[in-house]
Design a binder for this molecule. Structure first.
Ligand SMILES: [Zn+2]
Length: 100
């Protein structure tokens, strides 16, 4: 009997939604969001990590609370696309290059 294919952990597991500038939600690396971690002073949203000239966000501009499921009105489309692609890749499906 064939073994079920082992699903790998999605890269998205390392990110969580936070509100930036109280207007839009982006995905940030969990490891860099720890409140007792003072370095780096600027955080990159996932959508910025993949850009050639990424723009950092000041920590003080990023909301303190994780957002479980941001509404479409505030959710960054590029971060959402990266999330979907990472989850698809973890399931062994093809990716679409981070497009929303
Ligand atoms: Zn984003």
């Amino acid at each position: 009997m064939p073994q079920p294919r082992q699903a790998s952990v999605s890269a998205a597991a390392g990110y969580e939604w936070r509100l930036f500038a109280e207007t839009e939600a982006h995905l940030y690396r969990r490891a860099l969001l720890a409140p007792d971690l003072y370095w780096p002073p600027m955080l990159l949203a996932w959508c910025e990590e993949v850009r050639q000239d990424p723009l950092g966000h000041e920590r003080t501009a990023i909301g303190a609370e994780r957002i479980a499921a941001p509404s479409a009105a505030i959710r960054c489309a590029r971060c959402g696309g990266l999330l979907r692609d990472a989850n698809a890749a973890a399931r062994g499906e093809g990716v679409r290059g981070g497009q929303a």
